[in-house]
Every structure is written in structure tokens, then in C-alpha cells.
Design a protein around this ligand. Structure first.
Ligand SMILES: Cc1cc2nc3c(=O)[nH]c(=O)nc-3n(C[C@H](O)[C@H](O)[C@H](O)COP(=O)(O)OP(=O)(O)OC[C@H]3O[C@@H](n4cnc5c(N)ncnc54)[C@H](O)[C@@H]3O)c2cc1C
Length: 372
């Protein structure tokens, strides 16, 4: 049944929800208090891998099915959003090369290879030092070896957000500026207060990223999400092109289609402080130099910081809240929200349309926090 839906949050999760809801015939309003894509969704690295990233592969396992779905939607988006908006989101398939420096990293990596190889559509193999250096000549000669993975991809997150925004607007989504300060159930509708007044809707999607903790006072259960800061640098590195995503222990680097070498990242538990710092920059550059030495000629072009929404149990949160079947939460994507966000948007749209989601989501329900 078509309904009037409000989505709070103009990040990848909120906009993807709005896109799929509008395509299904719902009347949708997105409320964003800053600018669309102005937080993690617009400033992430943009790596897309259901197999996880270097040193963090196990993190993705609970959401593997949703990650596979996300991978397919990204491929679909790269055509569909370009056709409707003319914006190229720089989606491309490019390999990943996870570097291994120690024997214990090698043991861990070889375990990852075992389950990664079972995943259809990917080629995963161990490369010796010589083979890895042949594949990517700029990497450190100090490595013991590397894990090479084909079938993974990336996207330019900010361009993706721009394309999604325009595509939403073409589908009739109303995108408005507003800081939501209250949500109240009023009979058959839900009233949402912003500084410019109160609007009502039949269904509400809360996709506020790391700021979801605030929703406890509206929905009667705690949403245990904390911000985890991450910093990224973009360098102009003459004569060095890295055509795959080189990774090591959660750090990564790749030459993106804009010609710049993007490198990250930090994991900082510093509350809602999202200001780039010199210590964050130095930490990223130190890891980058370990992975790709000889960057003396490189110049710093951009340095950004943003906040990941980190759930207390490490799993995404998606579904309606226990005491209101018309209020939906969609968040908790941590380090993988660019990959998972479009799939979560589609699932939200299926739930609101009364359809069975195409993947199992019971273990991601907000109900698991009812006794917190
Ligand atoms: C450095 C870094 C690199 C990353 N790299 C990758 C990667 O390579 N691959 C990957 O898959 N993921 C990556 N991520 C993770 C990904 O960026 C996040 O998981 C994802 O962007 C979260 O999306 P979101 O829509 O939930 O939140 P956000 O992007 O934070 O959007 C939430 C929005 O809600 C708005 N909002 C909050 N409260 C209110 C309110 N009261 N009223 C109105 N609006 C409100 C905010 O202003 C914000 O715009 C990275 C993250 C970081 C920090």
C-alpha cells in the first residue's frame, strides 16, 4: 500500500531508502539538518567488498547476504543513476591487494583466503613477495606476501550521493532542510518536529547515522550506537598509480579515477568531534608509507574526517521498533555503510510496502535492544 513516508537523514542509508520507496510509489520526504552527504556517506573511501577489508574481514560476516545484495545494487546503480541523472559515480571493479608483513598476519590471511575462495564471483589467491611486487610495483619490498582478490569494486561516495539525490528528486522525493527535535505518535500518524514546524507521516525511517542515540527519547528503546572517527588523505603522487586497493591492517590506499591517491584511515573514539587533525593525518601517512614507500614527491590535496555509526554489538540495525510498527530504524553500518546502505534502503522499502525482505533480517532487528 502506498503511504506518506518521512526519512530522517540524508546519508547513503536515508537516500537509498527514499529512492526505493519513491520507485515503489510512496510519497517521500527526506529531512536533513546539514547538507546531503556532508558526513561519512560523502567522505568515505568507497570500497565495495562483501569479503571485508584488510585485517577486518570477519566484521562483514554477519551481514554477508546484505553485502552481496549491496554489491548487486551498486552495479545496477552505476547504470541506472547515470541514465537518469547523467552523473558518473566512478563505480568500477578493481582488485584488492592485502599486504602481509608478519608470520601472524600470514596465518590470519590464509584463514581468510579459505572462506573468501568459497564466495562465488571472486578470485582470491595468495601471492608471494615477487608475484605481489610484479602485480603492483610500488608496494613495499618488505612484505612476506599478499592476498590478491578480484571481483571487488569501488565508487566515489560523494558522486554517488549527488546522483542518488538527483534521482530521488526526479522520482518526486521532497528533500528538505530540518533538524528533527521530536517524534510523537498521534493516532494513525507520526508527528515530526523541526525548527520550521511540525509535519506528519504514515511511516517514518530514522537513518541518522552516528546520531541515532538521540532517537531513544522518541521511540522508547535505546539505540546503542557510538561515533567512530576516521580520517582520509588525498595526495597528488606524480609517477605513482596504484590500480588496486592496497590494504594492511585496516589501512588502505588506491589511485581513484580523479587521479589522486586516496589513503586511510584512523579509528578514533573521540565522540562527535569530526575535525581533521595533524596526528590523524600523520598516522594515515605513516601506514601509507609502510605500504607504499617512495612518496617523497607527493603533495597533500585534501584531508577529511568523518564519523562511522558503530553499533555496540557490531551488527547493523534494521527493522521497525518494538512498540510502533510504522517507525523503522536503519543504521549501524560501521566501516561498511557505502556497501550496505543501498541494500538497507531496498529492505526498508520492502518492509514499508508490506513485502517480505529478500534476505533474512531477524537478527538485525532493533528489538534486540529492548532490554538495554
Ligand atoms: C573514513 C571512513 C571511510 C569509510 N570507508 C568506507 C568504505 O570504503 N566502504 C564502505 O562501505 N563504508 C565506508 N565507510 C563507512 C560509511 O561511510 C558509513 O557506514 C555510512 O556512510 C553511514 O551512512 P549513514 O547514512 O548511516 O550515516 P551518515 O552518512 O552519517 O548520514 C546520517 C545523516 O543524518 C543526519 N542527521 C542526524 N541527525 C539528524 C536530525 N536530528 N535531523 C535531521 N538530520 C539528521 C546527519 O546530518 C547526516 O547527514 C567509511 C567511513 C569512514 C568514516
Amino acid at each position: 500500500m502506498e503511504s506518506n513516508v518521512c526519512v530522517v537523514g540524508g546519508g547513503i542509508v536515508g537516500l537509498s531508502s527514499a529512492y526505493f520507496l519513491a520507485k515503489t510509489g510512496h510519497s517521500v520526504t527526506v529531512i536533513e539538518r546539514d547538507s546531503i552527504g556532508s558526513h561519512a556517506s560523502g567522505f568515505a573511501y568507497g570500497s565495495l567488498s562483501p569479503l571485508g577489508e584488510a585485517g577486518h574481514a570477519n566484521d562483514i560476516l554477519p551481514e554477508l547476504e546484505i553485502a552481496r545484495m549491496g554489491m548487486d545494487i551498486h552495479t545496477q546503480f552505476s547504470r541506472e543513476l547515470f541514465e537518469s541523472t547523467g552523473i558518473n559515480t566512478d563505480h568500477r571493479f578493481r582488485p584488492a591487494l592485502d599486504l602481509i608483513f608478519t608470520a601472524s598476519e600470514a596465518t590470519e590471511a590464509k584463514k581468510q583466503i579459505e572462506w573468501r575462495t568459497d564466495e562465488k564471483g571472486y578470485r582470491v589467491e595468495w601471492l608471494s613477495n615477487e608475484e605481489a611486487l610484479q602485480a603492483v610495483p610500488h608496494i613495499s619490498k618488505e612484505i612476506l606476501g599478499a592476498v590478491y582478490t578480484e571481483g571487488v569494486a569501488d565508487v566515489e561516495p560523494y558522486k554517488l550521493l549527488l546522483a542518488l539525490t538527483q534521482a530521488c528528486e526526479l522520482l518526486g522525493v521532497d528533500i528538505v532542510h530540518g533538524d528533527v527535535s521530536a517524534v510523537i505518535r498521534e493516532g494513525t500518524s507520526i508527528a515530526i518536529t523541526t525548527q520550521s514546524g511540525v509535519r506528519t507521516c504514515d511511516n517514518l525511517v530514522l537513518a541518522m547515522g552516528p546520531w541515532m542515540g538521540k532517537t531513544a527519547e522518541w521511540i522508547g528503546i535505546k539505540v546503542p550506537i557510538t561515533p567512530l572517527k576516521g580520517q582520509i588523505v588525498k595526495l597528488n603522487a606524480p609517477n605513482i598509480t596504484v590500480n588496486c586497493s592496497v590494504g594492511w591492517q585496516g589501512n588502505y590506499a588506491c589511485t581513484k579515477p580523479d587521479g589522486l591517491l586516496w589513503a586511510g584511515t584512523t579509528e578514533e573514539n573521540v565522540g562527535f568531534d569530526d575535525i581533521p587533525t595533524t596526528s590523524g593525518r600523520d598516522q594515515v601517512l605513516e601506514a601509507l608509507n609502510k605500504m607504499i614507500p617512495n612518496l617523497d614527491d607527493a603533495t597533500l590535496v585534501q584531508h577529511t574526517a568523518c564519523l562511522r555509526p558503530l553499533p555496540v554489538d557490531g551488527k547493523i540495525i534494521i527493522g521497525s521498533v518494538p512498540n510502533d510498527q510504522n517507525i523503522f530504524l536503519a543504521t549501524g553500518t560501521g566501516r561498511k555503510g557505502i556497501l550496505l546502505g543501498p541494500a538497507m534502503g531496498k529492505i526498508v522499502s520492502q518492509l514499508i510496502s508490506g513485502q517480505q525482505p529478500e534476505v533474512e533480517i531477524t537478527s538485525f532487528s532493533p528489538a534486540r535492544f529492548a532490554s538495554f
